[in-house]
Design a protein around this ligand. Structure first.
Ligand SMILES: Cc1cc2nc3c(=O)[nH]c(=O)nc-3n(C[C@H](O)[C@H](O)[C@H](O)COP(=O)(O)OP(=O)(O)OC[C@H]3O[C@@H](n4cnc5c(N)ncnc54)[C@H](O)[C@@H]3O)c2cc1C
Ligand SMILES: C[S@@+](CC[C@H](N)C(=O)[O-])C[C@H]1O[C@@H](n2cnc3c(N)ncnc32)[C@H](O)[C@@H]1O
Length: 671
């Protein structure tokens, strides 16, 4: 499993690639990325034909998903061919999910140089160049790389990534491309442990395609439960193999190791969602509603007031993150969520679903910093495709358009968003019905099968088989969630007219607060922090705090602020004690405590049980001050759990955000 503890943060190493007679060759592994004869034809023959990819894609029924996992993304040639095949034959109502694992991801320049000779693939190459992840370790999800085709890039060692995926004890993969370097020089890609994971993750009837026919690889594949067939090899290679996994689930003998991990975060009871109630219409509720709707589920979203009228009410917020020189669950989650949010919103603006300048703008942000922080981060994020850059005060001034007196950290892909615009766009989907202005909703369960949303008078407003609580700091008012430690934090923003030096601001500047470029002639400057204060009255002293903070950090803007123009609004954030959000199934407190009581005496004890949960009840809250960053990936996490799909984050991060972590911690502390 992937575990990073508090090791030093490192970006992924890049491969050293030479060209030998025009074919890319790894200096490290002393092997070609693909055949010198004709790489494209080899990939078509060995992988796409070898696994009958087009046939399998074409025969998908509406709503079905074909999962293809590649060990060794390499130059992404196979991926480009898969995208092309999907465009040719993928049925409109079906989906393809590519999971690519790679320890040495190419730089953007390498990706471009290596694939430019394949004219036929140039359009998809441009798409991939736009969506290619930064070299952050972990999983990078990219939805709709082409319509209906989703790619997860796991930038990890193959064994670590597969063991992580396998820890969910679910069979996801229909087709495997085993494309490490030649087995004698890249044994890690062909080890018995890797091939056992391949078998454990395979659906009945899954297929393996690979270029090699090495005897010991063949034997290991057979030992892990596949039937191997030889085919003629490509180019100078005499043979290659493809293999089929057993098609009858009852005969599959590869077992998931039960003793590796206590499954306290995995729900014991599960229903396939068909009609989902979402309670609460802020960023969290709107994101989850849209993702459920896109999975073909009917959604009824119920909001006590108006959409985006709670914590998501401020006119401008920033997509921020927290880089660190040491790994921690918080910094790892924060960078993964950031990278996903940036890609998600880039797509929305590019497709014009969101309007630039009104719904937001991805014109970057600068976090004002200091020499000590720069020294600590040092070369951690040095890479041509890094998501951030350390910059001097003069460079920060040049980029931002206003005079800045401190060095900064520049995040060029980020920007500001208008949460109300984001929520509006998310709810524009035929499968979503919105009920607003109905006062506080309570949820009742009927016969363990149905969830009923009632208003304060007890009147039924909607019924579903599944429900998601997204009521922010009010979530622990639900009787099943009274144990949830949530902290409300009041925040007030101040609107400043765009004039003087402020009108020249080109990107958001963050310090303890934030100042974005103008939206419709005003800048929304934020924000105050009022712990445990749940009043939303507008306060003069809070405006003064915002203005003082701004002038203190950016003195050059002092003259742009005039007292008579101060106006704004306050709202309530919902924070958690560990600053991580809360997403997942809802455990039954009493049954959880009984099932995992053994952890009281030994926190490392493996207990062979899943989380006793309320069937069909899910939670997404605790987004704190980072909802614009975290909501998109959290909705992906939740939908993957609700539909039992492969996750978009490693398991240690899923556990770090699981609601049940608080009950587990309480048990371990002996409370
Ligand atoms: C001043 C301020 C500035 C911020 N700036 C940023 C920023 O720059 N970047 C960033 O990423 N984040 C920022 N945030 C945080 C971000 O806005 C939040 O993380 C995010 O909006 C939370 O979304 P949510 O859906 O979880 O909560 P909310 O938006 O609060 O939504 C919860 C909804 O549930 C409804 N509700 C509650 N109880 C019930 C019930 N019983 N029945 C029905 N409905 C119910 C509420 O009315 C509310 O609409 C800021 C927050 C504030 C307050
Ligand atoms: C033959 S290349 C893959 C070619 C690729 N499929 C393509 O379409 O270009 C093998 C890949 O395996 C990767 N690799 C080698 N060892 C690995 C490991 N232990 N974990 C993950 N990836 C590894 C290499 O970096 C390389 O990109």
């Amino acid at each position: 499993m992937i575990e990073r503890g508090n090791k030093d943060w490192q970006l992924m190493s890049r491969p050293e690639i030479d060209f030998v007679d025009g074919t890319p060759r790894s200096a490290q592994f002393d092997d070609d990325y693909y055949s010198p004869t004709d790489g494209l034809a080899e990939s078509e023959y060995v992988f796409l034909e070898g696994a009958d990819v087009r046939g399998q894609m074409a025969s998908l029924a509406p709503g079905q998903t074909l999962v293809i996992t590649e060990l060794g993304v390499g130059t992404a040639l196979n991926l480009l061919l898969l995208m092309e095949a999907w465009q040719d034959v993928g049925p409109a109502e079906a989906h393809c999910h590519y999971i690519g694992i790679e320890k040495y991801p190419l730089t953007l320049t390498q990706l471009k140089t290596l694939n430019s000779p394949f004219n036929r693939l140039s359009k998809n190459l441009n798409t991939l160049l736009e969506r290619w992840p930064s070299p952050l370790p972990g999983c990078h999800r990219r939805k709709n790389v082409v319509k209906g085709f989703m790619a997860d890039f796991w930038f990890e060692d193959v064994k670590e990534a597969l063991i992580d995926l396998q820890s969910h004890h679910q069979r996801w993969v229909d087709i495997w491309f085993l494309d490490g370097f030649t087995p004698v020089r890249n044994e890690a890609m062909w080890s018995g442990q890797v091939l056992d994971c391949v078998a454990r993750l395979s659906t009945p009837g899954a297929v393996i395609a690979t270029f090699t026919a090495a005897g010991w690889v063949r034997k290991r594949i057979e030992e892990s439960g596949f039937t191997v067939t030889k085919r003629a090899g490509f180019g100078k290679k005499r043979e290659c193999i493809h293999a089929h996994f057993l098609s009858d689930i009852s005969t599959i003998t590869t077992q998931f190791p039960s003793s590796e991990l206590t499954q306290w975060d995995q729900p014991q009871y599960w229903v396939a969602p068909e009609h989902c109630l979402v309670i609460g219409g802020g960023m969290a509720g709107c994101h989850i509603a849209r993702n459920m709707a896109e999975m073909g589920c009917r959604v009824t979203l119920l909001e006590q007031n108006q959409i985006a009228s709670g914590g998501s009410v401020q006119p401008q917020g920033v997509i921020y993150t927290r880089p660190s020189h040491k790994h921690s669950k918080l910094s790892d989650f924060s960078l993964s969520a950031y990278a996903y949010s940036v890609d998600h919103h880039y797509q929305k603006f590019a497709s014009t679903a969101l309007e630039v300048g009104v719904d937001g703008e991805l014109n970057g942000y600068i976090q004002l910093s200091d020499p000590q922080t720069h020294e600590r981060l040092g070369s951690t994020f040095d890479d041509p495709d890094s998501p951030l850059r350390l910059i001097s005060a003069s460079e920060a001034s040049r980029i931002s358009g206003v005079k800045l007196e401190r060095p900064g950290i520049h995040f060029p892909q980020s920007g500001w968003l208008n949460p109300q615009g984001i929520c509006r766009e998310l709810l524009e989907h035929d499968n979503i019905r919105v009920i607003e202005g109905v006062g506080p909703i309570t949820l009742e369960q009927h016969d363990s099968l149905l969830w009923i949303a009632c208003n304060a008078e007890g009147k039924t407003l909607a019924v579903g088989d599944t429900s998601v609580v997204t009521t922010a700091w009010a979530a622990n008012q639900d009787k099943r969630l009274s144990w949830l430690p949530l902290q409300p934090i009041r925040g007030q923003t101040t609107m400043l007219d765009s004039k003087g030096a402020l009108a020249h601001l080109n990107c958001t500047v963050c310090h303890e607060g934030y100042t974005p470029p103008a939206r419709l002639g005003s800048h929304c400057v934020g924000a105050t922090y009022g712990l445990n204060d749940v009043e939303t009255d507008e306060r003069d002293e809070d405006h003064q705090t915002n203005v003082n903070q701004l002038i203190h950090n950016i003195p050059s803007l002092a003259e742009s602020v005039t007292a008579e123009s101060l106006r704004g609004a306050a709202a309530i954030r919902c924070a958690t004690s560990d600053y991580l959000p809360i997403v997942g199934s809802v455990p039954n407190e009493a049954e959880f405590n009984a099932t995992f009581a053994g952890l009281r005496h030994n926190r490392k004890r493996i207990i062979n049980a899943k989380q006793p949960n309320y069937s069909g009840l899910w939670l997404m809250t605790g987004l704190g001050s980072r909802g614009l960053t975290s909501a998109p990936i959290l909705a992906e996490v939740l939908v993957s759990q609700m539909f039992r799909r492969a996750p978009p984050l490693p398991r240690y991060l899923l556990q770090a955000i699981s609601p049940a972590r608080f009950l587990k911690r309480r048990l371990i502390k002996g409370n």
